[in-house]
Design a protein around this ligand. Structure first.
Ligand SMILES: Nc1ncnc2c1ncn2[C@@H]1O[C@H](COP(=O)(O)OP(=O)(O)O)[C@@H](O)[C@H]1O
Ligand SMILES: [Mg+2]
Length: 326
């Protein structure tokens, strides 16, 4: 693992902020009369996974293509590690990993051949290319299928090959367009773990999706798009000052109610029809308070059967900004 993810070098504190990660401002891009991107500001910091979230047609792919130097903006500025993709596409591509939403692989080649061929395009020598392909095939769990033609890969396997391809040049900046789409739950967990490791090693990771739960627990920051505009950028650690909703289930709803009232907590209650149990929904300011409350309830003898956030962090943020959507 460590061998494929290099240290991007340099002490972060020594670099200017504008020379690391992604900074895009005032981006616009039309296709004929369709204004795919109208006004997007976007930042992604090194060492973090930034989620790009918006419904279909909100401009995610158009934005990512502009960041990847594959499409010119009509207006606005982009800096990728301090470089301008429109002015210096070769330099930008050299430090970028790009995983498109639709996969087109050379289907008669094997996964290994595809990776070594792409490595050659990046000017990586033969021996090193072979080593790197072998390492990456293990990273994305395709070792067993390395030498079978890519056309036999399932959608999820092809997605993983596409991810390996995006990592071949050990990019400092990784752009992934809806990568979780074809993945089964196990592969999604692996993707999350891998992206975490990449971010922790100092890389800038951007991942788009129109399905909120795919990105939950994956992202450090989120940028929400709607109709070609940025509607909010937010760090997820500082989500909703009024707290998160928790659902608490108990075999004895009255005991749970007494326990919550004893802690001056307002809750809504839903009794079970069959027995004395039920659940309560309550807002708590943070995880510390949640842990403390659980301890108090259990200590008071309330028979708790479940205690968890009612929805994912991203979902909660998304719902909280629905009113702000244009
Ligand atoms: N090459 C193109 N030609 C014409 N319209 C396009 C093109 N690419 C994107 N669009 C339009 O721009 C809008 C944004 O598309 P896209 O960036 O693909 O959104 P997303 O990735 O969020 O689903 C959509 O209305 C889409 O139909
Ligand atoms: Mg798209």
């Amino acid at each position: 693992m460590n061998t494929v993810i290099s240290d991007p070098g340099g002490t972060p504190g020594q670099q200017k902020e504008s020379d690391t990660g992604i900074i895009a401002q005032g981006l616009a891009r039309s296709f004929g009369t369709v204004q795919a991107v109208q006004s997007i500001d976007f930042r992604a910091a090194p060492g973090e996974v930034t989620a790009l979230i918006g419904p279909n047609g909100s401009g995610k792919t158009t934005l990512l293509l502009m960041l990847a130097s594959l499409l010119r903006p009509d207006a606005g500025t982009i800096r990728i590690q301090g470089l301008d993709p429109a002015g210096d596409p070769r330099a930008v591509r050299a430090l970028l990993g790009w995983m498109p939403d639709t996969l087109s692989v050379w289907e008669s080649l094997s996964s290994r051949e595809i990776l070594t061929t792409v490595a050659a395009l990046y000017g990586i020598g033969k021996t090193q290319a072979r080593m790197r392909a072998a390492e990456l095939l293990e990273v994305v769990n395709l070792g067993q299928l390395a030498d079978t033609p890519a056309r036999v890969l399932s959608r999820g396997q092809a997605q993983r090959l596409s991810l390996a391809r995006a990592l071949i040049n050990d990019p400092a900046v990784l752009l992934l367009d809806e990568p979780a789409g074809g993945l089964d739950p196990g592969a999604r967990v692996q993707l999350r773990t891998l992206l975490r490791q990449l971010a922790d090693s100092g890389k800038t990771v951007v991942i788009s999706s129109h399905v909120l739960v795919e990105l939950d627990e994956m992202a450090d920051a989120a940028v929400f798009l709607s109709k070609g505009r940025t509607v909010r950028s937010q760090r997820l650690a500082e989500v909703s000052p009024q707290g998160r909703g928790y659902t608490i289930s108990s075999l004895d709803l009255d005991a749970l109610r007494r326990g919550l009232e004893a802690n001056s907590l307002d809750a809504s209650y839903e009794p079970n029809m069959e027995n004395t149990g039920g659940l309560a929904k309550v807002k708590l300011p943070g995880e510390m308070q949640a842990a403390a409350l659980l301890g108090l309830l259990v200590g008071a003898g309330v028979p708790i059967t479940a205690f968890a956030p009612s929805s994912g962090l991203l979902e909660e943020t998304y719902l909280s900004l629905e009113d702000e959507m244009p």
